[in-house]
Design a protein around this ligand. Structure first.
Ligand code: F6P
Length: 555
């Protein structure tokens, strides 16, 4: 195994943080009152993002100790190793180079003897040409009709990024003449409901499938791809089958041999590389459905946004490096203040899939119990990410964030300009929306004292129920508008936050062995469900009884 990581818990900075956490009594009201510069000192710019950390549970001592910890464990050294293409994914012996996917064409990076930038741009050119053909109608189905619907078949990183971005960039799904671009749909779940409902109402003659799978070995994706192939050939039964598949199926994968074996023309396959993790791949050819929907120009703008945040992370000194600061802040909450989870609350309906996307990014990356040298971790790792767009979340779970007994750090995200500026009479509805964004972070930070509640004439008996303690930490992230570039910046921000936390914990944030056992057991249990008595006997008592229930009730 590789060289041991620095044990964060053995550093002087960790001891300092432990002491600071002991008896830590934040007081955001007093901190703001005593320090008129707090907002300026803790307000940061990163590319087009404005990030306000002033409502965090940070004072100068904590901030200094967190920066010392980052230094002690070598976050920036490891960052530089990642950007240089060192094999920091040690359990798979791979470089980690999603940042190379967004390098400009004139950049240079040779890794393991490979001119990475040239290869990335070769594939991008092919993806863009394909996207243009579909968008212009030059790519036709087997009956000669233009493609109206693109269905992406993929799961995990081969689904969550594309679908999140497709939703986020809905206002950009237009053709050069202003008309609507092709519709995209997404099939991920092996629950047959997903394929059945997604295909419902589609015309095989005008539908094109993109089978997206890094490994091209994922049970869900291959099963769904076969279902879709059968649906297509059934619907186009008068046509030549091989030609129908050629005109209606393309693939994205690192395993191009398997793509061909599946029956997809290698001409219609877009590759990527083992140095791109699945959850870090939406900006590779895995984003082909998005490129079709928004067009190559917008896709390239998104890549430029990713790159701008990469450059910020790569070159900005730690005290002003936003992903590094946010990563260290999360370590403070998770390891020292006992936070069990982390909410992400976009005040943008367009980002409604962003929390789900972040769940894979952060939890598959940092949900690890051993470090990159194989030794046990020395502290709690990983954060439980969850969230919903505001204001829907306000009417669902914010109660617990405001008055519950748990510490839940929350990232609030909002944009100055709405995608759809609507008015309700005299009222700009986006302003009504943003008023909620500003009000929530204010209420969480500063609360409402018992005296303030009493001053409103509240009956004494219910005063305690109406008190808000405040000192509930938030980070506010704002940008001018949710453009393709800003979306790229946001995703890269969270990639690098995740990286920073993993570096502190000494874990390999780029493997995902924890998903393997369940996959293996599913294969073993399959025959048992189908009636193989020997396979059934191999199961544990609980599983046997659940299978018995299933068999008794299945009609
Ligand atoms: O099972 C987890 C996982 O390997 C993810 O890491 C990945 O994004 C997903 O499955 C899909 O994998 P693939 O793109 O190889 O089909």
């Amino acid at each position: 195994m590789s060289e041991a990581p620095v044990d964060a818990t053995s550093t002087e900075a960790w001891s300092r943080l432990t002491k600071l956490a002991d008896g830590f009594s934040p007081d955001l009201r007093a901190w703001f009152a005593d320090d008129p510069e707090r907002v300026t000192r803790l307000g940061f710019g990163a590319a087009d993002l404005h990030v306000d950390l002033s409502k965090s549970l940070l004072d100068d001592d904590v901030l200094a100790a967190l920066l010392a910890l980052a230094d002690d464990v070598g976050v920036t050294t490891r960052r530089d190793e990642m950007f240089a293409g060192r094999h920091i994914n040690v359990t798979e012996d791979r470089a980690v180079l999603h940042t190379a996917l967004r390098l400009p064409a004139d950049a240079h990076l040779v890794v393991d003897g490979q001119d990475v930038v040239a290869e990335v741009h070769d594939v991008l050119r092919r993806v863009y040409a394909f996207a243009d053909q579909v968008r212009s109608g030059a790519w036709t189905g087997v009956t000669g009709q233009r493609i109206r619907t693109v269905v992406n078949i993929g799961i995990g990183g081969s689904d969550l990024g594309p679908v999140m971005a497709y939703e986020a960039l809905a206002p950009y799904r237009t053709l050069p003449d202003g008309g609507a671009g092709p519709e995209c749909r997404f099939i991920s779940n092996i629950d047959p409901t997903d394929a059945a409902t997604t295909l419902a109402g589609l015309d095989p003659a005008t539908t094109l499938f993109i089978v997206s799978s890094k490994t091209f070995g994922t049970l869900e994706t291959l099963t769904n791809a076969r279902l879709c192939k059968a649906w297509l050939l059934d619907g186009l039964s008068g046509e030549d089958a091989a030609e129908a598949v050629r005109k209606h199926f393309v693939a994205v994968s690192t395993a191009l041999d398997k793509v061909e074996a599946f029956g997809i023309d290698p001409e219609n396959a877009f590759g990527f590389w083992d140095w791109v993790g699945g959850r870090y791949s939406m900006d590779s050819a895995i984003g082909t459905s998005l490129a079709v929907a928004v067009g190559p120009e917008r896709f390239a703008e998104m890549l430029a946004g990713f790159h701008a945040m990469d450059e910020h992370f790569r070159t900005t000194e730690p005290p002003r490096n936003v992903p590094l600061l946010m990563g260290m802040l999360n370590v403070w909450y998770a390891n020292f203040l006992g936070a069990q989870s982390h909410a992400v609350l976009p005040y943008s309906q367009l980002l409604h899939r962003f929390p789900a996307y972040l769940q894979q990014l952060t939890m598959e990356s940092n949900g690890k119990g051993v470090r990159w040298d194989g030794s046990d971790v020395t502290t709690t790792t990983g954060e439980v990410f969850w969230g919903e767009p505001g204001t829907n979340g306000q009417h669902a779970f914010y109660q617990l964030i405001h008055q519950g007994t748990r510490l839940i750090p929350a990232d609030f995200i909002a944009f100055a300009n709405p995608a759809y500026p609507l008015r309700d009479g005299e009222t700009d509805v986006h302003e009504l929306f943003l008023a909620n964004f500003f009000a929530q972070t204010r209420a969480l930070a500063f609360g409402k004292t018992a005296d303030e509640v009493r001053a409103e004439g509240t009956t004494e008996a219910i005063v305690p129920a109406r008190v808000f303690t405040g000192d509930r930490p938030t980070v506010s992230i704002m940008a001018p508008a949710l453009t393709p570039s800003v979306l790229g910046q946001l995703v890269a921000l969270y990639e690098h936050i995740t990286f920073t936390e993993g570096a502190v914990w000494g874990i390999d944030s780029f493997d995902q062995w924890g998903v393997e056992l369940g996959k293996q057991l599913a294969q073993q249990v399959g025959p048992a469900i189908a009636g193989d008595e020997a396979a059934l006997a191999d199961q544990d008592a609980s599983t046997r009884s659940l299978i018995a229930y299933y068999r008794e009730h299945r009609e």
